[in-house]
Design a protein around this ligand. Structure first.
Ligand SMILES: Nc1nc2c(ncn2[C@@H]2O[C@H](COP(=O)(O)OP(=O)(O)OP(=O)(O)O)[C@@H](O)[C@H]2O)c(=O)[nH]1
Ligand SMILES: [Zn+2]
Length: 332
């Protein structure tokens, strides 16, 4: 077992060098311990190792490889978590999912925001501020592209009726939850249990209110990270992973993303988006080469499918609205 794990580390540590025997210059990480990255701040990685909070830096073998919140890593050095101790991250496990954004639509540089998440919770107020459909659509596109299950969380239900917004997203099959400050969060807790969920939302939608209610002892407004670290302050705009109290016997994590208000989507291709809708993808067999399946495609198979009654027009329209949302940043 130990040998196998060792080989796993080697695999991600650096490019393979087939010209040299593998054993020669391989550093031994037999003593490396597994951990998860919960936040990143100025080159320091806060990791959870068992239930200890360990501060670490990247080690040389990682080179320019990025380490992000949610990464599962191996650490060596001082992994005691004692005050002033510093461990070293020597390898990053293969990522199961990768949530990315492009800084803005014209800047093709991709940034990985969170690794290994399962779900993207798009937090939107029903009023104050008014919901912005295009922003929601763009967050959904980012989720589908990353292979995360999207969940709409509609807050401030005391201020407005959710019916219209719910109806707008029903054809896409996006699950939604409606919340009110101080209200019952049991349904949401059930959705978060046993998963790693990234929360995104624009300013004022009530995301901090939600995080504080979900993770008692966290006050995001003033920057404490007690729920994870039991101490310390969190003042950067990095994503922060927080442990949820167990729901039944299932633990879960949320990742708060204070710095992220929107998603640049330059990296998302339409052929990737349709994969998130297998029932629609199946209907595109007759599309001309290069068909994007968008509103203006003259001979898209999706139109034939609607005409033949194989799918609903409203689902195709909703999909096309998502596709289009990639093209314009905001709903102005
Ligand atoms: N009426 C009403 N107000 C709410 C509700 N939830 C939150 N608020 C208020 O909305 C305002 C914004 O809430 P925050 O939780 O700070 O919102 P945020 O999304 O974290 O915004 P930033 O702090 O800018 O990131 C605060 O005044 C909250 O008290 C709700 O369910 N109903
Ligand atoms: Zn098509």
């Amino acid at each position: 077992m130990a040998r196998h794990e060792d080989w796993e580390h080697e695999k991600y540590d650096r490019p393979r060098r087939h010209t040299r025997p593998r054993t020669k210059d391989r550093p031994s990480y037999d003593d490396a311990v597994p951990g998860s990255v919960v936040t990143v701040d100025r080159g320091r990685y806060t990791c959870l190792v068992e239930d200890r909070v360990v501060t670490a830096m990247k080690s040389r073998p990682l080179g320019r490889k990025g380490v992000v919140v949610g990464d599962r890593v191996r650490l060596v050095g001082d992994v005691s978590g004692d005050d002033g101790s510093l461990a070293r991250i020597v390898s990053v496990d293969e990522r199961v999912t990768v949530l990315r954004r492009t800084a803005d639509d014209d800047d093709p540089v991709e940034r990985v925001i969170v690794a290994n998440a399962d779900q993207l919770v798009v937090v939107t107020a029903l009023a104050d501020p008014e919901p912005r459909r295009r922003l929601i659509d763009r967050a959904l596109v980012a989720a589908y592209d990353a292979g995360l299950d999207p969940l709409l969380c509609l807050t401030k239900a005391d201020l407005a009726d959710p019916a219209e917004l719910l109806a707008a997203y029903r054809p896409l099959g996006v699950d939604a939850i409606v919340t009110t400050r101080g209200g019952d969060l049991d349904e949401l807790r059930g959705r978060l249990a046993g998963r790693v969920s990234v929360l995104v939302g624009s300013s004022g939608v009530g995301k901090s209110t939600l995080v504080n209610a979900l993770v008692p002892g966290t006050d995001r407004a003033i920057g404490h990270v007690n729920a994870v670290t039991g101490r310390g302050r969190h003042t950067s705009t990095s994503a922060l992973m927080l442990a949820l109290p167990p729901h039944g016997d299932r633990a879960g994590w949320i990742v708060d993303t204070p710095g992220i208000r929107s998603f640049g989507l330059a990296h998302v291709e339409s052929r990737h988006l349709i994969r998130a809708f297998p029932d629609l993808e199946e209907l595109t067999g007759s599309c001309p080469r290069g068909c994007t399946h968008g509103f203006t495609e003259p001979e898209c198979g999706l139109d034939d499918a609607v005409a033949a009654g194989h799918t609903e027009a409203v689902r195709v329209e909703s999909f096309r609205r998502l596709l289009e949302s990639r093209e314009r940043a905001e709903d102005d």
